[in-house]
Design a protein around this ligand. Structure first.
Ligand code: IYR
Length: 233
């Protein structure tokens, strides 16, 4: 392990002190090859709901979280906390609480239009993945930060920042050979209680991580083509 051990401390109010940034430029041919390969690899990613109970190398998950934590963020405030839940008893508690909320959702809270949107995905209130997957990452957003004297300070673009970090987390997990699912039980307040998080943190997503089960199935999805999502002017 050769990770940076330097500790970050708040830079609020400090002057601008830039440092040089001179990464070696990648030759265009290599860029093209890498971009095409990445596009193919990323297109192989699928959201998985049926996990094997096989353990995953924990260091891979930690490295993926470290990748996520390199995400850009509003005012570089890095307003995220990743809780890696390995304890099966805690995963059981999370599943029980999530299923309690999801039952209410699927029995009416979502409404017909939402249920119709979900029908082709085959989701329901039973969340076996929360206990089957060997690891669970619960991502929290820090809505504000607390100064040493307890005063609340704003964080900026928290949803955007944490969303970008989760995207990078999913990419890192997938490219490292692991499968994942972004689960957003609603409401999610119970996660802060179960995981004993401070009052400035709000749950953003629950991400089971593992290997697909041997009999794993996924919906037969078609992605929008590039010309459906890209406008060049
Ligand atoms: N949170 C519920 C419902 C759900 C909502 C959306 I939007 C999805 O893409 C998938 C599921 C659940 O997890 O089942």
């Amino acid at each position: 392990m050769s990770h940076t051990t330097q500790q970050w401390t708040p830079t609020h109010g400090e002057p601008y002190r830039p440092v040089p940034y001179r990464p070696a430029r990648m030759p265009a041919g290599e860029s093209l090859a890498r971009a095409a390969e990445l596009r193919k690899r990323m297109d192989e990613r699928r959201t998985v709901r049926h996990f094997s109970a096989d353990p995953v190398p924990e260091e891979v998950v930690r490295d993926a979280i470290a990748c996520a934590a390199t995400a850009p963020s509003g005012a570089h405030q890095q307003p995220w906390t990743f809780v890696l839940v390995k304890d099966p008893a805690i995963r059981e508690r999370i599943r029980a609480a999530a299923e309690q909320e999801e039952e209410i959702s699927y029995e009416g809270r979502l409404g017909d239009e939402w249920l119709e949107a979900l029908r082709p995905l085959g989701t329901d209130a039973v969340k076996t993945h929360l206990t089957d997957a060997p690891a669970l990452i619960v991502v929290f957003q820090q809505r504000y930060w607390l100064g040493p004297d307890g005063t609340k300070h704003k964080h900026y673009y928290v949803d955007e920042s944490v969303g970008i970090a989760v995207g990078m987390l999913l990419s890192a997990l997938h490219l490292s050979g692991l499968a994942a699912l972004v689960h957003t039980p609603s409401p999610m307040r119970f996660l802060g209680h179960v995981l004993n998080r401070p009052e400035n943190e709000r749950a953003f997503a629950v991400i089971p991580v593992g290997y697909p089960a041997e009999d794993c199935q996924v919906p037969d999805l078609v992605r929008k083509s590039l010309d459906q999502v890209l406008v060049e002017v």
